[in-house]
Design a protein around this ligand. Sequence first.
Ligand code: ADP
Length: 245
Amino acid sequence: MTEPVLYLDGVSVVFDGFRALNNLSLIVDAGELRAIIGPNGAGKTTMMDVITGKTRPTAGVVRFREHDLTKLDEASIATLGIGRKFQKPTMFDALTVFENLELALKAPRGPFSCLRWVLSGEARRRIEQVMEEVGLAARAHDRAAILSHGQRQWLEIGMLLMQDPELLLVDEPVAGMTDQETEHTAALLVRIAGRRSVVVVEHDLEFVRALGSKVTVLCEGSMLSEGSIDHVQNDPRVIEVYLGR
Ligand code: ADP
């Protein structure tokens, strides 16, 4: 048995008496792709915030590999190999795709941060490999400002990949995307998982189906159902509180 990459057990978060997370447990294995769904207010964002150290749990265990995340602050957790993609992309519009990726490589945790002058050939190959992976090789020298909405999301995923995270947390990646962009994003996340663990929060159930991964349904801060998309979509509790609305 290999150790899980991410281990949450009995996690609760109470804000002024309100339980945003209530005894939540979640295990994500190495190389696993996991989709998290649930109605608004279910606790999805709070769960991501607990993993990245933005919010401290009131109770419970949160572990990434051998690290007890409840004892670390957000800045320390960021150096462990957890990358988080927020819904709104953050990049430099005036810089090209290549330059944005280069900058991400030079960020504090970048594997070549200190040795870049020695490894510049290797660094360039790494940028090219990531551009290939996210499907932006043909746009290498275009400024980020002229990319489509979908391409900006992929560039941001690429920027996170430059940091070589072991766990990637992705928040609603396909909101506002065309069907074609959504398909590309599903294929991209499936490709990324395997070498890394990926946790995706998403509302779009067709996209979640395309991921083909295990799905965890959150409701009122707890895990309501878990399994394949067909399993959770047919779970009467899920139909009642979420899908049937
Ligand atoms: P989701 O991402 O699934 O929509 P959230 O994790 O954002 O859900 O929120 C879960 C619940 O916790 C919501 O009812 C929300 O209003 C509440 N909540 C989130 N953050 C705070 C906070 N900082 N203070 C008080 N309540 C909060």
